[in-house]
Design a protein. Structure first.
Ligand code: SAH
Length: 222
């Protein structure tokens, strides 16, 4: 696959949308410059792929706005040695940003064709540190726990207990919490032994997390 040319859209996207809004983590900045976002939204013009907005990816789902991807990734405070769980593979863009930084990413998606498409794109990109599962990620991925970091990229009704307990000690969970029909708050949970520090970040808008510990949504609605 074609690499992004120098002085590319991703350089501009990072400068104008990400650094300008206060993201400073060099790992995040480097990863967002490197991962070609247009691979994940082939159906739109290249300039649109790097625009300051979310985009549809089919099946009623969306790829998050670049800034939201950067902010959530920064909040995870990633280390190279981290093992990360992502709930909501979607296009696979956020997954590859994570995989660019850490040693291992586990990602769960409930819609099988989205898992398949993301896997194919990652394979074409030569990424080898991602493991995929099609299923309900609202309960996490217990067989692969503990995780140093967990990121949920769909709106959850609350901070899900199952996910908290799948964190390693000092692990971080980033999860949008609130009504999926309106807005959510980005919540950050840090595990300290049997205790959890919870803080609130910005308001956000995600598609619903549908599943056992997520929302029940009318069939065909999402
Ligand atoms: N991180 C994605 C954003 C995808 S949108 C990206 O970069 O493109 C959220 C995704 O979460 C959707 O693909 C949706 O199908 C998925 N999802 C919703 N509920 C889920 C669940 N219980 N388990 C796994 N994935 C879920």
């Amino acid at each position: 696959m074609k690499a992004v040319p120098e002085n590319s859209y991703s350089e501009k996207m990072v400068k104008m949308q990400i650094i300008a809004r206060g993201v400073t983590d060099p790992f995040v900045i480097q990863a967002m410059k490197t991962v070609p976002r247009h691979f994940f939204v082939e159906h739109v013009e290249i300039s649109q792929a790097y625009g300051d907005f979310p985009l549809p990816i089919g099946y009623g789902q969306t790829i998050s706005q670049p800034y939201m991807v950067a902010l959530m990734t920064e909040l995870l405070n990633l280390k190279k040695s981290d093992c990360v769980l992502e709930v909501g593979t979607g296009s696979g863009y956020q997954t590859s940003v994570l995989a660019n930084i850490v040693s291992m990413v586990y990602t769960v998606e409930r819609i099988a064709p989205l898992t398949q498409k993301a896997r194919r794109i990652h394979c074409d990109m030569g990424i080898t540190n991602i493991e995929y599962k099609t299923g309900d990620g609202s309960v996490g991925w217990a067989e692969k726990a503990p995780f140093n970091k967990i990121i949920v990229t769909a709106a959850a009704p609350n901070i899900i207990e199952d996910l908290k307990w799948q964190l390693a000690d000092r692990g971080i969970l980033v999860i949008p919490v609130g009504d999926y029909r309106s807005y959510q708050k980005l919540m950050v949970v840090i595990r300290r032994g049997a205790f959890f520090d919870v803080s609130e970040n910005i308001g956000c808008r995600f598609v619903p997390l549908i599943g056992h510990k997520g929302f029940w949504v009318k069939p065909n609605d999402y």
